[in-house]
Design a protein around this ligand. Sequence first.
Ligand code: AGP
Length: 591
Amino acid sequence: MCGIVGYIGFRRADQVIISALKRLEYRGYDSWGVAVKHGNSLEIIKRVGAIGDVENYSLAEGNVGIGHTRWATHGKPSEINAHPHTDCNNQIAVVHNGIISNFQSLKEELESRGHKFSSETDTEVIAHLIEEEYRGDLKEAVMKAVERLRGSYAIVVMHAETEELVAARYKSPLVIGVGDGEWFIASDVPAVLDYTNRVIYLEDGDVAKLWNDGFTIWNNGKEVERRVETVPWSIEDAEKGGYEHFMLKEIHENPRVVEETLLEYLEDDIKIDSRIFAGISDILFVACGTSFHACLVGKYLIEGLTGIPVRVEYASEFNYSNPPLSRTLVVGITQSGETADTLEAMRKAKKLGMRVLAITNVLGSTATRVADHVIYTRAGPEIGVAATKTFIAQLIVLYLIAAKISSLPPTEIEELLEELRNIPQKIRQILDREDEISSISNTFAGYENMMYVGRGIGYPVALEGALKLKEISYIHAEGYPAGELKHGPFALLGEKTPVVACVVRDKTYESMLGNIKEIKARESPVIAVADEDDEEIEKFVDYVIRTPSTIPLLTPLTYSVALQLFAYHIARIRGCEIDKPRNLAKSVTVE
Ligand code: AGP
């Protein structure tokens, strides 16, 4: 995820900014850049790769500057695409986090008025918009320019001729660091903690101007007061945003990840290229682990909404199969884009002459180079080994694909999309109930075996819930289709084997209740994950993890977040190394 730093004060801006950017390295980045004001011009450096030693870089002396670590979203990692971006005359420099969803139309409009663009980024339009609005007052120009932006942004802007920084925030965080005679602005607290622990969190719609004597904040054109807070965390704590583990932080990022992925692909229409799916006879998903579970949800969605036949194979097994040659679209899902088994399966599909689509979270990853087409999830880098927010982002992309190629009446699809837009808020409600989930986790943290069951779309949710639990808590956990229990796993049931039942209120509901009765008859404690409107369920089970009601098709989104929290708290109570579980790696680059 990108990082922003700005500085104005009495120190050398280049040294402060580069060392502050290094404090944001844990967030992941592929390129970086710094701009410093020197006399009446801007000196800018941009580099691809890691920053390395601060001492290696020295820009012209100056006390005002901005910097950025970029995690590519629009345009490949390159010096040209790295921030800061400038206007036509290199007088205005901008760093930006977020996504400008209307950048294409703004770019065309600006080009028609003679603006020349040098990068592929959405950010560059901001510099050109500010240039058009600039009449000697940078803050006024920024205020006018941001009115044109759709999407999300945290920006910091500087001008070659003025000693000031102007920042604006909408749906992407920005914090002012308050020093003694010096001022910082950053996307994240760790960037400023070496210099000050007094911060002001900007709010949506805020525009701030920082100059040598202080700062002023406006919202909706009116000056506003914001409280100065003292950060009680160490730098290490702050990297995790105050959360105990990256995994927990990433679970809490789920609502924003859904918003960002929807912003990217859903406006009036679904912005996914339908040519990817033109003329296909069927779809074959290949993936591993959590991404494989996303594929299983995808099968359910695509077959249900389009009638197109879908197969799902473990990537590691596809390499031994002999798929029939047809007009199959092969879809490799991999958050890292570097999983060796998935890459091998995609390469094999290409050799067989199949069209290949990659769904990945990492721009420029190997999967994007192997595939014919790419759709990116917008989850930002995930540091915890257990996939959480990237799984939810994969599901969002799959909902959008299924809706895009659906053969259902448009009104039904519109209902689905409307409810999809409500999902961030529903996930926030689940996160607000974390204490309830944690107290249920407390009851089950001492068990050594657990089963997770589901039917229909609840089945892959059960598989993913079990995978999350086993990888971070080391409890042996199995996911099963609820109807399969009686064909073997019943032998394992009993009071020492709790069962988590993913109960969806669709055509599977009655059968699930029947299965739960069978499980209870064998004395296993049962925890249901269920919709809050389900009044029946508590009569059948011992515990209920309730999630805000939604349409059955969308329950993988709500139930999975609840199960991520359930697994996380069990692992925490057991004292496990949650972010780096034993024997596991974030990116599995061997077959
Ligand atoms: C998920 O929590 C695991 N860490 C693992 O199963 C992972 O999903 C799998 O290795 C696939 O990774 P990918 O999405 O990067 O290809």
